[in-house]
Design a protein around this ligand. Structure first.
Ligand code: F0G
Length: 353
């Protein structure tokens, strides 16, 4: 291989992968841990962004999917199925394509971002729209795969998914030379917070690190079951990726919060969009709206004092902004064409009459 080999090769000794298994990889992982100067300045903390939108299909799901599809192929399965708000389906479709197996995705009708739909289409997945939300899709996917066990379920209820995703915590500790004090991330179905916590705990138990972060899980206010302590029947948020009312990894997420002395917190759509625009305009990183939950949570936690200055904080930004161009263009003023004339350019910049 040239350069970064993908996360199974990088962390094989820490993953549940058989010796004779052939990794299905798109060389995922190895994403930047980017110093966030503006966020550091306004919070008085040392803030980093773990830029997961730079994975092969543009989200952190690729970490779990390289493992889940590798596992499925090793077991002789020839088809994978998932429920998805868009990113899991894009990732499953890509890894199934790479492996040469079949992929079908169950998506909530009309509620996934355009870029994600385009990905599933071009990778060649069978797209099944369901007249229901993500929670309905996941229940259906569970039932279908238990009735037809030759199809692998590749949602994060598949243990291989969590295994793969824990490597993001390893990478962060490897780069920082320690664990951060606080780790903030968006929470939907709660697989990722479960995975990060497992990764941090493993490094700590093996003496690679000497401390553990407090986990800050951030949900959208209209889809915040873990914050309320009860499922939400009709979740609603502009951050469609985390429009989830009954997280599958509920207990593990609560354990991550409790064991880490952490917190769940909700951010309104308005705060999510504010953070979304700030990350792009001040840090130069275009993320999708759900990803901004980590930063919205960081800012709120700093404001109410849960987070003190001087701490090292990592915010995972989970997905690439290009997946959801519609939200980026919301409220954009009408752009008028100018004549082919340098003075017109200067005028548009306010430099000429
Ligand atoms: N951020 C993005 C961009 C996501 O796509 C998701 C989940 C999350 C955060 C939340 O992660 O579910 O592990 O708590 N997306 C899933 C999907 C549900 O179908 O793509 P989680």
């Amino acid at each position: 291989h040239s350069g970064w080999p993908g996360l199974i090769a990088a962390y094989r000794d820490r993953l549940a992968v058989g010796d004779d298994w052939q990794a299905v990889t798109l060389q995922e992982g190895g994403t930047p841990l980017l110093p966030a100067e503006h966020l550091s300045e306004i919070t008085g903390c040392e803030v980093y962004l773990k830029v997961e939108g730079l994975n092969p299909t543009g989200s952190f799901k690729d970490r779990g999917m390289t493992m889940a599809v590798t596992d499925a192929v090793a077991r002789g399965q020839r088809a994978v199925l998932c429920a998805s708000t868009g990113n899991t389906s894009a990732s499953a479709a890509a890894y199934a394509a790479k492996a040469g197996i079949t992929c079908a995705v169950l998506i909530p009708a009309g509620k996934i971002a355009m870029g994600k739909l385009a990905q599933s289409v071009i990778y060649g997945a069978t797209i099944i729209q369901v007249d229901g939300n993500f929670d309905d899709c996941l229940e259906l996917a569970r039932k279908a795969t238990s009735e037809f066990p030759e199809i692998a379920l590749v949602n994060s209820v598949n243990p291989a998914r969590i295994e793969g995703q824990k490597t993001a915590a390893f990478e962060i500790c490897d780069v920082l030379g320690k664990a951060p004090d606080v780790h903030a991330l968006p929470v939907g179905n709660a697989g990722n917070i479960t995975a990060y916590w497992r990764g941090y705990k493993e490094y700590h138990a093996d003496g690679v690190t000497t401390s553990l972060p407090r986990m800050l899980g951030v949900q959208a206010a209209g889809a915040a079951p873990l914050v309320h302590g009860a499922p939400v029947k009709n979740p609603e948020t502009i951050a469609t990726a985390i429009r989830i009312g009954a997280p599958a990894s509920w207990n593990a997420a609560v354990a991550a919060r409790d064991e880490s002395n952490g917190q769940f917190r909700a951010a309104t759509d308005e705060k999510l969009l504010e953070a979304y625009r700030l990350i792009a305009s001040r840090e130069g990183v275009f993320v999708e709206p759900a990803s901004a939950a980590s930063v919205a949570g960081l800012l709120a936690a700093r404001e109410d004092g849960w987070l003190e200055p001087g701490q090292t904080v990592v915010c995972t930004v989970t997905g690439n902004g290009l997946k959801d161009p519609d939200t980026a263009l919301l409220g954009m003023p009408e752009v008028k064409a100018i004549p082919v004339d340098p003075v017109a350019v200067a005028r548009a910049l306010g430099l000429a009459e």
